[in-house]
Design a protein around this ligand. Structure first.
Ligand SMILES: [Zn+2]
Length: 421
């Protein structure tokens, strides 16, 4: 079989390997057939092709990205690879250079990468300190329309909790978010009046019927416990729209009993967690001349054991927060597997880049059952070891049952945006 050419039109793909959890069955990988007709997964068709065990997944959901920051590395590299280096460099780049055209071209570049790798839905955070909120949210609305038939786009605003004034300009930002069908987001770290700020933030969200997406405790400083405060505040207020928290790195350095007690609260509050393991590995526990000891990843196994909805996502790509990355969710799952020891564990971790993020973002669950969209990625791999051993740059991606052109955009396309200013 030539793995790279599939017939167009109705076909049954015989002898494919799929995770049982995607067919609603118990167990690990199973051999089966998948059929496609009229752009959807269908019942059996007359034309059949032996796929020799090729592993098949539905479209990926990348629920935590930063399309507005992406691909600025060539003009604004992180000077020392640290979190503060990233924060300061991005702020300088943003205030000097983030015109609508600059953000739109870099975001479109990133979306083309994600599309080529097999992603069908993306949530991006958007730096939303005025006046950037008006600029970037207008770009987002345009891109969402332009990409509607290829990638479902969501956005969440991003602002530091000590800059977020519920009674001040942030109310206007929240209006832009609401008018754009967005998600209310904020970065939480220990500040003295965080509780008050959280209550104000939840009120803004409730008044506008908004879902919530926080960046939380992105540090190895064990004393950073804003996750605990968020969970307590959600429980106390009975806030009932979906809430997501990202990062939660400090759980990995806290006293174990205390961290697990916090997770019990997170589970009780029904909070979704998204872990960003590649970005954490890059930024966390970085000190010049010292080998990093901590991995930065949050307590994903302990979360899963408590029934917390855990996802993995890309986070940053080629910007000061992460020098690498290409919005490839197979890479994210491969790296998460290695960093978090997802192997030798439950067989359904693949849902952490599929059904789990879809649930957290109130999107339809990616599926391989008849009637689901014919959005597939197909790999020259027959088991997890073969899947995770290679980058699978030769994977086939089908959208609505048809094979897409997977050519990645050329970095040189953005060269005119990278000139020094
Ligand atoms: Zn992020």
């Amino acid at each position: 079989m030539d793995f790279r050419t599939l017939p167009s039109g109705p076909v049954t793909l015989e002898n494919v390997t799929v995770p049982a959890c995607l067919l609603g069955q118990p167990g690990d990988l199973i051999r089966t057939s998948l059929s496609l007709a009229n752009g959807k997964i269908s019942g059996p068709q007359n034309i059949a092709l032996d796929m020799a065990g090729a592993l098949v997944l539905p479209g990926f959901v990348d629920m935590h990205t930063h399309l507005d920051k992406g691909h600025i590395w060539n003009r604004s590299p992180n000077p020392d690879g640290t979190f503060m280096g990233a924060l300061n460099t991005v702020e300088r780049d943003r205030t000097a250079r983030w015109s609508a055209q600059d953000v739109a071209r870099r975001a479109d570049f990133a979306l083309r990468c994600a599309y080529a790798h097999g992603t069908t839905a993306i949530r991006t955070h958007l730096d939303s300190i005025p006046p950037q909120d008006e600029i970037s949210w207008a770009v987002f609305r345009d891109l969402r329309d332009k990409w509607a038939d290829r990638i479902t786009l969501q956005a969440a605003c991003l602002i530091g909790c000590d800059q977020m004034e519920p009674e001040g300009s942030f109310a206007h930002t929240a209006d832009i978010v609401a008018q754009s069908g967005g998600v209310l987001g904020m970065v939480t770290y220990p500040v003295p009046d965080l509780k008050q700020r959280l209550l104000g933030f939840l009120n803004l969200a409730r008044a506008r019927n908004l879902e919530i997406d926080f960046h939380v405790d992105e540090t190895m400083d064990a004393s950073s416990e804003t996750l605990r405060l968020i969970a307590e505040t959600i429980l106390e207020t009975g806030f009932d729209a979906p809430v997501t928290v990202g990062h939660c790195c400090s759980l990995s350095t806290q006293d174990e009993a205390r961290a697990l007690d916090t997770l019990d609260l997170v589970a009780k509050a029904g909070i979704n967690v998204v872990s960003l393991p590649m970005c954490n590995l890059y930024l966390q526990d970085r000190h010049a001349g010292r080998t990093p000891r901590g991995r930065g990843i949050t307590l994903v196994h302990e979360m899963k054991a408590r029934g917390i909805n855990v996802s993995f996502a890309s986070d940053n790509t080629r910007d000061p927060f992460y020098a690498f990355g290409d919005l490839d969710m197979l890479e994210v799952l491969r790296q998460a597997t290695r960093i978090g020891h997802l192997d030798h564990s439950d067989p359904d971790w693949v849902q952490s880049v599929l059904g789990n993020p879809a649930r957290a973002c109130s999107l339809p669950a990616p599926s391989l059952t008849p009637g689901a969209p014919g959005d597939l990625s197909i790999y020259n791999a027959r088991n997890w070891s073969e899947l995770f051993a290679r980058p699978h740059s030769d994977r086939i991606v089908l959208r609505n049952g048809a094979q897409i052109d997977r050519t990645l955009p050329d970095y040189a396309e953005l060269d005119d945006l990278m000139e020094p200013k």
